[in-house]
Each structure stands twice: as structure tokens, then as C-alpha cells.
Write a protein that binds this ligand. Structure first.
Ligand code: GDP
Length: 408
């Protein structure tokens, strides 16, 4: 039983997308939903049809205001996308979203590089110890330059950038990338729908090899064990390099950098592969810490431990009052009693839903590591802790009550 549950947990990625307003967070999110088959129609930001921006107020203002969690599947993994507001006015919501996710993609504009808000959200993510990978978006724009964007990441955010791709073509002619691990070229057709995986074009071979060596050096410099392995071998395998990149991402000693154009649907699949390969599962992150009777208490990501979850968004929808939960430990089922320690009430869980863009799937249970929405809770607000009545816990100190969002 435990092995089965661990396998399930190891395949979960609770992911946030962090960005400066306008860097393309909504477009990246929407393309991820499309690439994973979660949505079938490609929405465009400008016509107001993107699925994560479903709040009318949000549509009107053209900024992502309210965090929404959407679940999708990629390569045998469940990716729970937790939307984080990119606007400074919503810093509290960003903080809470950072608490409930295990890893993030930071989106940058290939022309502007690091912008003030990307810097502030990066620092917030640092404080929460959130492992990140970087996606340099808008590679199709006039003036887009991966090297300059990477230099600004290095100079202003100070992580060691570990660039794993070489772009093929620039600006309007950006048509693909060389994957520096596999040393294969991925070239997209005009619609960005089909990618052809082939050998590195002759004229790019030398440059790709040079960049691959730079990547190996950057990894070896920061990862002593990898350095030892590299020294023993004539050539470093893609698997060895990937394992070292995963370690560096999870310790925060390096940030893997990929590039693409979300608008043109280029670079999304490699980004999803990187999310699965490098970012941690709920099993790989430290146990959450709460308070019980004035004493710190840790709750590991263990489905058999007492139940504990944090409510991070509450919205009034046509389905009812939806409370989005990050389950940290234990398991809950429909009809179970839970204690809302913030409100001092015990309530029953109604339906448990997995939210997939515009539709919901009903679940029998939610287990440690899951992000779900539940129907039936009357008192929970963003920041409320819900736990087993016989094992109370407070995950977040009481603060100003967040509003319940109406999206019906
Ligand atoms: P957000 O504010 O970070 O959520 O950014 P959006 O996804 O709303 O994108 C902001 C603007 O940039 C929109 O007009 C998008 O169409 C545009 N955009 C997004 N991705 C790309 C891209 O890859 N290339 C170009 N040229 N424009 C893009």
C-alpha cells in the first residue's frame, strides 16, 4: 500500500508560474493546458477565452487577479498548476500560493529580461525555498536574445543559470531549439503543433557542443559529486547531467533555463519535460510545520498520517462554494469531519473535486500532496487550516480574512 501511495506522490508536481505582468504567464499556462490535452481549443489572451482567467473582473482588467488551481497530466505525472497573481497589489495571494506549491516556472520576457516584479516575486520564492526553473518567453519578438536575458538573470537574481537549450533562429525566424542534454534538435512547424526531433543542423553543431561544455562546466562547478563522475568519463551522459541538474534545482544552487514562444506554442513540451524531470514532488520537499498547543509540529507528506490541509482559495461558483486545499498529510474522503482550527468549527467535507480548467472530476479521496477543491465547507477562508478533529494543527497564523471570490 505504502509503495503504491509513494509512487502516486512521486508523480505529482504542484507547480506555480511566476512572472512580471505581461511576460506571458497566462499564455504559458494556457498553452500548458492545451499541450496536456486539458483544453482542446486554444484560447487567446486578447479574446478573453483563456481558461485560467475566468473571472470577469480579471478579464476586464487584463491581469491575473485570483489564484486558480488546474490539474493536468503529462508523461505519467499529475501537474497541478497553481496560478499566482503577477500584480504587486496581490502580494498576500502570491505568498499563499508560494506556500502551497512545491516548484515553479519563472517566466521572463526575452526582450526585457528581468523586470522589477520578476525580481520581487523571485525574492518571495527564495524566502519560501521554492525550487525554480526559468522559461525565457517571447523568443519570437524583435530584439529577443536568450544570452542577454540569461545575463540579466545572473546579474539581478544571482542564481547560476544552467542553460539547457540553444535556440534555432532568432526573432520571427525562431523555429526550434537544440536540447543540449540529448544533443538533438527540435523544430516546430508554423502552427507550433508538430515538433520534429532530428540531428543538430550542421551549421549549429560547433556552437551546440561549445554550449554543452559550458553547461557541463557550470554543473561540475556547483556539484562536487557530478564533477567526480564527469572526470571518470570521456563523455557525460544525458542521464548523468539530468540527475545533477535535478539536484541543483532542488537545492536552489542553480536554475535550469529554457526558452520558447508561448504565443507561437513553441517550447511548451520541453518545458513540461523539465518540470517533471527537475522540480520536486511532494515527497521531495520538507515536511510542513504547524503549531499545536503552542508547540511546533511537523507533518510529513504521508497519506497515513493525521489529516492536515491549508485552504488557499475560496470561490463562490455555480457548483457551490469551492474551497481549494493543499493536502499536506493524511487522507480525507467525502463525508469526513474536519476541524477548521482557524474558525474553531468542525464541518463535513462534501464533494471532493479535481479541477481541470472548465470541468471538474469527482474524487473519492484526497491524499497528502494533492491539490483539490472541496464543496460543503462553510467557514473556511484562504489561510484556514483544516485537520483531523483529533489531531488539531494551525498552519498559518490568523491574519486579515481574505475575501471569498465570486466567479459564478
Ligand atoms: P501575463 O500578464 O504574464 O499573464 O501575460 P500574458 O500571457 O497575458 O501575455 C501578455 C501579452 O504578451 C499578450 O498580448 C500575449 O499575447 C503576448 N505574448 C505572450 N507570449 C508571447 C510570445 O511568446 N511572443 C509574443 N510576441 N507575445 C507573447
Amino acid at each position: 500500500m505504502r509503495n503504491h501511495l509513494d509512487r502516486h506522490l512521486a508523480a505529482v508536481r504542484n507547480l506555480g508560474i511566476l512572472a512580471h505582468v505581461d511576460a506571458g504567464k497566462t499564455t504559458v499556462t494556457e498553452r500548458i493546458l492545451y499541450a496536456t490535452g486539458t483544453t482542446h481549443k486554444r484560447g487567446e489572451v486578447h479574446d478573453g477565452t483563456t481558461v485560467t482567467d475566468f473571472d470577469p473582473q480579471e478579464r476586464d482588467r487584463g491581469i491575473t487577479i485570483f489564484a486558480a488551481a488546474v490539474s493536468c497530466a503529462w508523461d505519467g505525472h499529475r501537474v497541478n498548476l497553481i496560478d499566482t497573481p503577477g500584480h504587486v497589489d496581490f502580494a498576500d495571494e502570491v505568498e499563499r500560493a508560494l506556500r502551497v506549491l512545491d516548484g515553479a516556472v519563472a517566466v521572463f520576457d526575452a526582450v526585457a529580461g528581468v523586470e522589477p516584479q520578476s525580481e520581487s516575486v523571485w525574492r518571495q520564492a527564495d524566502r519560501h525555498g521554492v525550487p525554480r526553473i526559468a522559461f525565457v518567453n517571447k523568443m519570437d519578438r524583435a530584439g529577443a536574445d536568450l544570452d542577454t536575458a540569461v545575463a540579466s538573470i545572473r546579474a539581478r537574481l544571482h542564481p547560476a543559470p544552467l542553460v539547457v537549450q540553444l535556440p534555432i533562429g532568432t526573432e520571427g525566424a525562431f523555429t526550434g531549439v537544440v536540447d543540449l542534454l540529448s544533443m538533438r534538435a527540435l523544430i516546430w512547424d508554423d502552427g507550433g503543433e508538430a515538433a520534429v526531433d532530428g540531428p543538430v543542423p550542421e551549421e549549429l553543431r560547433e556552437e551546440a557542443l561549445r554550449r554543452r561544455r559550458l553547461l557541463e562546466e557550470a554543473v561540475a562547478e556547483r556539484h562536487p559529486a557530478a564533477l567526480e563522475e564527469f572526470c571518470d568519463r570521456e563523455t557525460v551522459s544525458a542521464a548523468t547531467l539530468a540527475a545533477a541538474l535535478r539536484d541543483l534545482t532542488r537545492t536552489g544552487d542553480g536554475v535550469v533555463v529554457l526558452c520558447g514562444s508561448a504565443y507561437r506554442n513553441r517550447g511548451i513540451e520541453p518545458l513540461l519535460d523539465a518540470v517533471v524531470a527537475y522540480l520536486p514532488s511532494p515527497l521531495d520537499v520538507p515536511a510542513v510545520c504547524g503549531m499545536h498547543d503552542g508547540v511546533d509540529e511537523q507533518r510529513p507528506a504521508d497519506p497515513t498520517a493525521p489529516f492536515a490541509a491549508l485552504a488557499f482559495k475560496v470561490s463562490a461558483t455555480s457548483t457551490g462554494r469551492l474551497t481549494y486545499l493543499r493536502v499536506y498529510s493524511g487522507t480525507i474522503g467525502k463525508g469526513d469531519a474536519v476541524r477548521d482550527t482557524s474558525a474553531g468549527r468542525t464541518e463535513r467535507i462534501g464533494r471532493i473535486l479535481r479541477v481541470q480548467a472548465d470541468r471538474h472530476t469527482q474524487l473519492e479521496h484526497a491524499v497528502a500532496g494533492d491539490i483539490v477543491a472541496v464543496v460543503g465547507l462553510k467557514s473556511a477562508r484562504p489561510g484556514s487550516t483544516l485537520c483531523a478533529p483529533d489531531a488539531p494543527l494551525v498552519l498559518e497564523p490568523p491574519g486579515v480574512a481574505d475575501p471569498v471570490v465570486s466567479v459564478a
